[in-house]
Design a protein around this ligand. Structure first.
Ligand code: GLU
Length: 596
């Protein structure tokens, strides 16, 4: 992990060469700097990976807009960060159009095959072990990422898919330098990858993970990208790639003699051909005079971040002590998660009360449950957003089921002021563990985001599997506007903790006045309607953690929560890109023209 001062960051950006249109022989950047902040003009990019951010900056330099750059960065992340995201997965893209001042979103969530039923993960009436569902064809949803790119480029881009995917194809062919994160991710997945012929060949070529500092190439993925460039997404949702994909789902390429139980899935060519990435109305929460736009269901991100903000708005957080701020942040998270778990799911399958969840009246009825002196004990029951009554709760507490924690988020703004916040994933780190043979990409295991059985017996669960259904997500790509102009955009990986991470950074920046990079670096805690609040060890080491315990909060500890990337517009018109200082090895903030 490299940490740089702002001065050295800016100095390094001044000497970054333009990316050539055709592939040179050497890896792109042997030692591309990981830097958490960059300020300037001409466009900004923030992602977890230096090669990917650099590709985005190059697109912006060559006249591409934020959408062109976002697709190029996402395609590059499919090369350098393939265990978090790629064309075998899905995601949600939020777009701000500087000309119309309108925020739009694309839902690129994976779908269950049409053969899926509510009992997708049941055998003899009982749920199959989660650990087995994770590594299976059964959990693979129809990927949404290629269609998302196509849709966004057609709608708002100026580059073709051919142009936008080209730099990533070159990167996959030429190779890049393996860093500690890539090495760790292969090591953590080595037992799974070793059980599939295709995954073993790609990621464990000598039986061990690629060494840090070595060059990693993925010519199969480069060829798949070339097919996408030349023939558009029909080369993915139909034709040979589709056949190989469906085959890998229905007959996972298990190594002969492997003892792992790998259940097949029922995806068909018709499921792939029928996939669409629809636009959805963004969620919108008014927060202290600003408009916070997010992703509507099937993601629970927009409604849950929005409800929590509305709850927090009942107090002036800028005037609270640090302990009271954190206490309220945790309690608002707890309450909004209770409601998320009860009400959010694929809107095509249940009547999700999106508007009501975001009403201030409902938030007020929930905020009234917060006591300044005592934390709520454990999980709380949801409210009824259609009939908000002060302090009323509705039925049984609703727990938050497990979700994977590895995804990636990228944020881009261009010289015209267009902004993209885009979170994409293959669910678990390494997805299903299955590389499509000969195609160079991992399949997702997104369907494990469904509830296998109702989370609370007897309480309707909007997130049970169904035919063609999209599992509930927590991804929260977010864009904040002030009178129609962007001020901040951000997002994070982290499964259900994405929501609390985005809420934390928003309030740290907007209410507590922290500089963006400090708001991102601040120690994190995540309360998701459970007895214990998950907290980073750095959070538990603060004096506030002790004071929160005295209020009744209980904690479990974890090393890291999330990996935020963000951009913000400064009052003088410059932009700042910001990323993690240390989490996941540090992020890569870049600007086209540094202006300190
Ligand atoms: N599958 C999760 C979701 O859609 C994301 C997983 C992650 O962040 O790693 O919410």
């Amino acid at each position: 992990m490299l940490r740089s001062t702002i001065a050295s960051v800016l100095a390094s950006l001044l000497v970054v060469p333009l990316l050539p249109a055709t592939a040179p022989a050497a890896p792109l950047t042997a030692e591309a700097p990981r830097v958490p902040v960059a300020v300037g003009a001409g466009g900004v990019v923030s992602s977890v990976d230096p090669d990917a951010s650099q590709i985005g900056i190059d697109v912006l330099r060559r006249g591409g807009n934020a959408v062109d750059a976002a697709v190029a960065v996402a395609a590059a992340l499919g090369v350098t960060d393939p265990f978090s995201a790629g064309i075998g997965g899905g995601g949600f893209l939020v777009h701000y159009d500087a000309r119309t001042r309108k925020v739009s979103t694309v839902d690129g969530r994976e779908t269950a095959p049409t053969a899926a039923t509510e009992g997708l993960f049941l055998e003899n009436g009982a749920p199959i072990p989660f650990s087995q569902a994770v590594t299976s064809g059964l959990s693979v949803g129809v990927p949404g990422t290629p269609r998302t790119w196509e849709h966004a480029l057609r709608r708002w881009g100026t580059w073709s898919l051919d142009q936008a995917v080209r730099p990533a194809e070159d990167l996959a062919r030429r190779g890049f330098t393996v860093d500690a994160t890539f090495h760790r991710q292969v090591s953590e997945n080595a037992a799974r990858f070793a059980d599939f012929t295709s995954s073993r060949a790609l990621y464990l070529p000598d039986g061990t993970p690629p060494a840090v500092g070595s060059t990693f190439r993925n010519p199969d993925l480069a060829d798949t990208y070339r097919a996408l460039r030349e023939d558009g997404t029909s080369a993915f949702y139909g034709g040979d790639v589709a056949r190989d994909l469906v085959d890998a789902v229905r007959r996972p390429p298990v190594v002969p003699g492997a003892t792992r139980t790998v259940r097949p899935g029922a995806m068909t060519l018709a499921d792939l051909a029928g996939y669409t990435a629809p636009e959805r109305e963004p969620t919108r929460a008014r927060y202290r005079g600003l408009d916070v736009f997010g992703m509507a269901p099937p993601s629970s991100g927009g409604t849950t971040v929005g409800e929590a903000l509305n709850i927090l708005e009942t107090t002036d957080l800028s005037r609270e002590t640090e302990v009271q701020y954190l206490h309220r942040f945790l309690e608002a998270s707890r309450l909004s998660f209770a409601d998320r778990n009860r009400w959010a799911g694929d809107p095509a399958f249940s009547d999700v009360p999106t508007r009501e969840l975001l009403s201030q009246r409902f938030a007020d009825s929930r905020a009234c449950l917060i006591s300044p002196t005592t934390a709520m004990a454990g999980a709380v029951a949801p409210g009824d957003p259609r009939h908000p009554a002060p302090c009323a709760t509705n039925g049984e507490p609703t727990a938050t089921p497990y979700e994977g924690t590895d995804t990636t988020h990228l944020t881009v703004a261009d010289r015209w002021g267009n902004v993209v916040a885009y979170t994409l994933t293959i669910e678990q780190e390494g997805g299903s563990g299955i590389v499509v043979p000969g195609r160079g990409f991992l399949l997702n295991n997104e369907l494990t985001d469904f509830s296998f059985t109702p989370v609370t017996p007897g309480v309707p669960d909007p997130n049970l599997p169904g035919p063609g259904k999209r599992p509930r997500s927590s991804m929260s790509p977010t864009i904040v506007l002030d009178h129609g102009r962007p001020v901040l955009a951000l997002g994070s990986p982290g499964g259900a903790s994405i929501i609390t991470t985005v809420l934390h950074v928003l309030t740290r920046r907007l209410d507590r006045g922290l500089p963006l990079v400090e708001a991102i670096a601040a120690p994190r805690a995540s309360q998701r309607n459970a007895t214990n609040t998950q907290a980073e060890t750095s959070f538990l080491a603060t004096p506030e953690a002790e004071a929160l315990r005295a209020l009744g909060h209980r904690f479990s500890s974890t090393s890291e929560i999330g990996a935020v990337t963000a951009v913000e517009r400064l009052p003088d018109g410059r932009w700042r890109a910001a990323a993690e200082t240390t989490r996941r090895g540090g992020g890569a903030a870049r600007v086209v023209r540094p202006i300190p």
